[in-house]
Design a protein around this ligand. Structure first.
Ligand code: AMP
Length: 418
């Protein structure tokens, strides 16, 4: 037997309609905020992610599913969505339609990580990006959108952690300073951090290793390197959030794994998750559009994990069952089957949900199956019905049965009070 690949999951019917629920809340939420959906291909040129995410990140160095196709092109299954969305934004010149573009997505992503609860190799993210505004209100719009989305789903114990990583100018100065600070500790650092030290010492702040966390406690803080504009941008973000009564904590160590962030970074965590407690992450990335070949365009966005949301919601959403079908149709003789299919089609065109018995069951077995499926009505066509151009309608709840003529059946069913 061939099993699914490690770190991938099937979403079976008793799970998929929980997805539908979240998806429908998400689509209407995004519509309320004026965001339009964008769908990008499942794979892109590898170069897009190398340039867009950063060559020394875990995603690019260790986690991408990449291959060379038959035409010699280097391709990668998308491990994140900001770079593809930015690519599409530039390629289709979306800036020419509107000075501000609000886009959202819901998509499958692929990263070869070590699977554990809340961490898989194929997973789904929803997210939003707003292009064209450098102002703090754009940052707040993104944060508020996702924060309120979680609130609307009934989350109480969520924490918004906020930071600013400053502009490029400030990060350059900070990087040098951090480099000098870390240099004496080099021998105490892990191999990964040693590598990061050479390429991008800021990423060492992301460490999960205890003794490195201790070292970092005394490291210089990025806020001491902010430009005047960085300070006022961050202050405005905080003050608008306070005005909106959205609580947050400042986490100066939160630099986020990806290189393209500038100024605001944020994360929302939930105590309802286990060790992998991040529900979503995001921030401002004013340089990415230019880095990927577009005109300089400020942008801010977030990405949120669907599976983690569903894990955290498990306790909140009652175990929902799929909507039952309304009508169950059974033909008692083989020659009735064409009529069964015809009636089913007619009913569906008229808006009813219908299933037919495909196993040529006996009447008793078919009605038992109709009950199991929670059908409200069964329609039975036997020899007599077929001969008289009629059907037998059974209301499942009361057991009441009525013989009616085939030509009247839609009117009859519509008039029933179920
Ligand atoms: P990131 O793109 O790494 O910033 O992740 C954004 C969000 O996606 C996280 O907060 C998680 O909710 C989710 N996520 C990231 N990686 C995985 C994964 N391997 N499996 C499941 N969810 C993930």
């Amino acid at each position: 037997m061939i099993r699914s690949v490690k770190g991938t999951h099937d979403i079976l019917p008793d799970e998929s309609h929980r997805w539908h629920k979240i998806e429908s809340v998400l689509h209407s939420f995004m519509q309320q905020y004026g965001y339009n959906e964008i769908r990008t291909p499942a794979f892109e040129k590898t170069e897009l992610f190398a340039r867009g995410i950063g060559t020394e990140t875990d995603i690019v160095t260790k986690e991408m599913y990449s291959w060379i196709d038959q035409g010699g092109e280097k391709l990668t299954l998308k491990p994140e969505l900001t770079a593809p969305v930015v690519r599409a934004y530039i390629q289709h010149n979306l800036a020419s339609n509107s000075a501000v573009n609000r886009l959202y997505y819901l998509d499958a992503l692929f990263r070869r990580e070590r699977p554990q609860k809340g961490r898989t190799r194929q997973f789904h993210q929803f997210g939003a990006e707003v292009f064209g505004s450098e102002h703090p209100e754009a940052d707040v719009e993104i944060i508020t959108l996702v924060y309120n989305f979680y609130k609307s789903l009934g989350f109480k114990k969520i924490t918004l952690r906020l930071n600013s990583v400053g502009s490029v100018e400030c990060r350059e100065k900070y990087r040098k300073e951090l480099y000098s600070f870390l240099k004496p500790f080099l021998t105490d650092l892990s191999e990964t951090s040693k590598l990061r030290f050479q390429k991008n010492p800021l990423r060492i702040l992301d460490t999960k290793i205890e003794n490195e966390k201790e070292i970092i406690k005394n490291a210089p803080k990025i806020n001491n390197f902010f430009t005047k504009d960085d300070v006022s941008h961050f202050e405005s973000v905080k003050s608008i959030l306070r005005e909106l009564e959205i609580p947050f904590t400042i986490d100066p160590q939160m630099v986020r794994g990806l290189d393209y962030y500038s100024r605001t970074t944020f994360e929302i965590t939930s105590k309802e998750l286990g060790a992998q407690d991040a529900l979503c992450g995001g921030g401002r990335y004013d340089n990415l559009v230019e880095m990927l070949g577009g005109k300089p365009t400020p942008a801010v966005g977030f990405a949120a994990g669907m599976e983690r949301l569903l894990i955290a919601l498990k306790t909140k959403l009652s175990k929902s069952t799929p909507e039952p079908v309304q009508i169950y149709i059974v033909g008692l003789i083989p020659s009735a089957q064409a009529q069964v299919q015809k009636i089913a089609s007619e009913l569906r065109v008229n808006g009813w949900s219908v299933i037919t018995d495909l196993l040529r069951r006996s009447l008793k077995a078919a009605l038992r199956d109709a009950n199991r499926k929670n059908a409200k009505i069964s329609i039975i066509i036997g020899e007599e019905e077929l001969a008289k151009n009629g059907i037998l309608v059974k209301i499942m709840k009361s057991g009441e049965q009525t013989k009616i003529l085939r030509k009247n059946f839609i009117n009859h069913l519509t008039s029933l009070d179920l």
